[in-house]
Design a protein around this ligand. Structure first.
Ligand code: HEC
Length: 169
């Protein structure tokens, strides 16, 4: 299981959007549905159907599959490791997750993540206000990442961590 090492932030999603649209959207579509311009334009000679990243198989696919795809590509898709930095690759993965949430009327943002069955920045971690990290030590395996208020509402044991200290609340 590979967690996204970066928290979901609005700033990161804003930065990833143009990166996604430039490097991925031409094939996978701005909505991620596999209907990018390169394949839908009249007389397109593009030889393969880009993966529909909004399909249930890709929604439940782990982050490792995305990271590997970005690094090395697959079949006719080339790799992007020289185009996107380490952080940019992970921000693009966050952005794709936000598109998936949007397509399902779910939320994947700085404050809430209701996109289930998706690997999260770290197991049992939720991002609270101002990028603070809350660890839910007894969060259900399948939904490790929640809005902080929901976590408290569920009576989960939380641990607040900053760079300097960690406290239990
Ligand atoms: C030039 C077109 C093109 C571009 C640009 C492109 N892809 Fe792809 N991508 C494809 C095609 C075609 C496939 C399907 C490959 C196959 O299954 O044979 C694919 C497959 C994938 C898959 C599925 C891999 C798997 O494990 O099945 C992921 C994830 C993916 N692309 C992500 C991205 C991301 C993220 C970017 C931008 C950094 C990107 N792609 C850019 C054409 C493209």
């Amino acid at each position: 299981m590979m967690g996204n090492p970066f928290p979901i932030t609005k700033e990161g999603l804003d930065r990833a959007k143009p990166l996604y649209n430039t490097y991925c959207g031409i094939c996978h579509g701005e909505k991620g549905d596999g209907q990018g311009w390169l394949v839908t334009m009249p007389d397109s000679k593009y030889p393969a159907q880009p993966k529909n990243l909004m399909g249930d198989d890709m929604i439940s696919a782990g982050n490792g599959r995305y990271y590997f795809g970005i690094m090395y590509g697959k079949n006719v898709m080339g790799g992007y490791k020289d185009k996107l930095s380490f952080e940019e690759r992970w921000q693009v993965i966050h952005y794709i997750r936000s598109l998936q949430a949007n397509a399902k009327s779910l939320e994947y943002s700085e404050t809430a993540n209701t996109l289930s069955n998706v690997e999260q920045p770290a197991k049992g971690t939720a991002t609270g206000p101002a990028g603070r990290r809350f660890h839910a030590t007894n969060a259900p395996e399948t939904q490790p990442y929640f809005n902080i208020n929901k976590l408290i509402g569920l009576g989960l044991n939380l641990r607040y961590e900053s760079d300097q200290y960690a406290i239990r609340i």
